[in-house]
Ligand binder design. Sequence first.
Ligand SMILES: N[C@@H](CCC[C@H](N)C(=O)O)C(=O)O
Length: 265
Amino acid sequence: MKFYKYQGTGNDFILLDNRAGNLQLTTAQIAGMCHRRFGVGADGLMLLEQVDGYDFRMVYYNSDGSESTMCGNGGRCITAFAALLGVIGDKARFLAVDGEHTATIHLDGTISLHMSDVVNIEFNEDFTVLDTGSPHYVEFVEDVVNIDVYSEGYEIRNQDEYQPAGINVNFVQIVGDTQLLVRTYERGVEDETLSCGTGVTAAAIAATGDTTGIFLTEIETPGGVLQVSFTKDTPTSAKNVVLIGPAEFVYAGEFASRDIEISLN
Ligand SMILES: N[C@@H](CCC[C@H](N)C(=O)O)C(=O)O
């Protein structure tokens, strides 16, 4: 089986062409393919599928093999993959688990991806919870470099109130009016990743607090820089949300066998 490896600001993915609809992978097979020692190694795996009325459907799995919610870095990578396959030109209109997305590939290779509208942003004293296609907990900190993202993220991700679905956890340092540093513990990877697209989107929106207006924020992650633009008509909602950043084809290969099965429990 042929696979393609992509990365967007260091969030890396295995892409499979399932337009024929004949791929049926088990959780253990996906976890095996994403395993960094027994498999190719990736934070997630995506299937590109055919669907009526759209250029393609994006089906997203975390590296533990669980089918998950929206992935922002993945959405840009699957758009680049669709272009490589000749499914689209420089524009895409595709379906993901959270609904329709449109994307544009720019001349420099960066991709703008329209994300879902955000509603019911929950501001708490020390943290903000919001869903940008995936659920996110955002905590503002003074010095993000010295945060133990694994330990603190693990503890919050496993708090009773977020079960059974769990939550992604972002630690955010404000470095300027429109500049943030973000590190994320990702549910389903169960570790810090180099970047999370829905996470930086959540961080940018959370950072605006109870203000309204049109915003453009630059976010630095350990894997690179992303931009998020959005409009807030009310303090607790955001629309016209666009995530902008790179999506790079790394290499293609052939799985020697489909029997790489890993149980992560
Ligand atoms: N890497 C992602 C988010 C992927 C989904 C996440 N792990 C979850 O289960 O919610 C991104 O770039 O948005």
